[in-house]
Design a protein around this ligand. Sequence first.
Ligand code: FE
Ligand code: FE
Length: 161
Amino acid sequence: MKFDNLYDLFLGEIQDLYDAEHQIVEALPKMHEAATSSELQDAFQQHLKQSKMHIKRLENVFEILGESAEREPCEAMQGLIAEGDEIIEENEPSSVLDAALIAAAQRVEHYEIAGYGTVRTYAQILDYNDAVDILQQTLDEEGETNKLLTGLAMRVNPQAV
Ligand code: FE
Ligand code: FE
């Protein structure tokens, strides 16, 4: 991808996140199904709802920019999700699988935290203040989800020993 200015880069990053969120919405039901812990199942279920909202919020941002909502294939998310799929395929349901699912999910959240933090800051510099608020809401939810997963890991990991 070629960028001429920060606006181009901003738009490209939004398109990347828009694709990443669609991939996540497809992956979360599989992770939910693979999880043993009911708390972890609930966490995936809840984050599926949130991720659908993240897609809507990105569509609002496209609207604010006067651009059409387009997906730029996010290869990083394809890789993270492929690793998660592999874990699910190769393991029977157990606490160890739950621990591995949490590890995979936290990688996804960290990718999103990096992406949304970046676009939130670009929106500030470019003076799209409504977009700043929208992106900050999603950034906060990704951060909360990551913390929730850390809390779950503290209970699940010892069971997997
Ligand atoms: Fe998200
Ligand atoms: Fe997320």
